[in-house]
Design a protein around this ligand. Structure first.
Ligand SMILES: Nc1ncnc2c1ncn2[C@@H]1O[C@H](COP(=O)(O)OP(=O)(O)O)[C@@H](O)[C@H]1O
Ligand SMILES: O=C(O)C1=C[C@@H](OP(=O)(O)O)[C@@H](O)[C@H](O)C1
Ligand SMILES: [Mg+2]
Length: 166
């Protein structure tokens, strides 16, 4: 598996789709799996059942997807908060798409569909999560100011380089 982690707006979903096309692998987004299982959008689950209920649903979705057939997988930005998820990730190639806080605001500052964006303390959440992403990542790619294609190219070049080096 190639698993993409990083903060909201890093481009996990966008770059994941590109990578899957280039590698001719299926693409799975764990938010989409959660929405399918819940029968409604992520924001609705947050609003009606609360964040912890969403995290439970997300933890199960991630575990199931990572136990399935080979794919490119984009996680939701908060999925690595669960210790069980961090443990499962140890068996996979995990790429941290590292995005700066200002870039997050430029990309998705106005998006009403991401419930956490509109909470106080977003900058602190961004800073705190960076260490968590780094703790699970086999590879970190900086994405600020770069197109999805450029980011996908770098992931492929560095991943293949890492494979060739053993
Ligand atoms: N490299 C990029 N440069 C500019 N905008 C991007 C880039 N990657 C993604 N975006 C845009 O940023 C937003 C968030 O991208 P998305 O793939 O949903 O991120 P994530 O899944 O990490 O939250 C989308 O509107 C997307 O079109
Ligand atoms: O960072 C987070 O806690 C979240 C990120 C979202 O996914 P993206 O990272 O794909 O935006 C989605 O799972 C949910 O809104 C919560
Ligand atoms: Mg996404």
């Amino acid at each position: 598996m190639i698993v993409l982690v990083g903060f909201m707006g890093a481009g996990k979903t966008t770059v994941g789709q590109l990578l899957a096309e280039r590698l001719q692998l299926p693409f799975t987004d764990t938010d989409a799996v959660c929405e399918q299982r819940a029968g409604r959008p992520v924001g609705d689950v947050f609003a009606t059942e609360g964040e912890e209920a969403f995290r439970d649903l997300e933890q199960r979705a991630v575990a199931d997807v990572l136990a399935g057939p080979e794919a490119v997988v984009a996680l939701g930005g908060g999925a690595c908060g669960r210790p069980a998820t961090r443990e499962v990730l140890a068996a996979h190639t995990v790429v941290h798409l590292r995005v700066g806080f200002e870039e997050v605001l430029r990309r998705i500052g106005g998006d009403p569909l991401r419930p956490l964006l509109h909470r106080p303390g977003l900058r602190e959440l961004h800073a705190g999560r960076a260490a968590v992403y780094e703790s699970v990542a086999s590879l970190t790619v900086d994405v600020d100011g770069r197109s999805p294609e450029e980011v996908a190219d770098e992931v492929l070049a560095r991943r293949l380089g890492a494979t060739a080096a053993g």
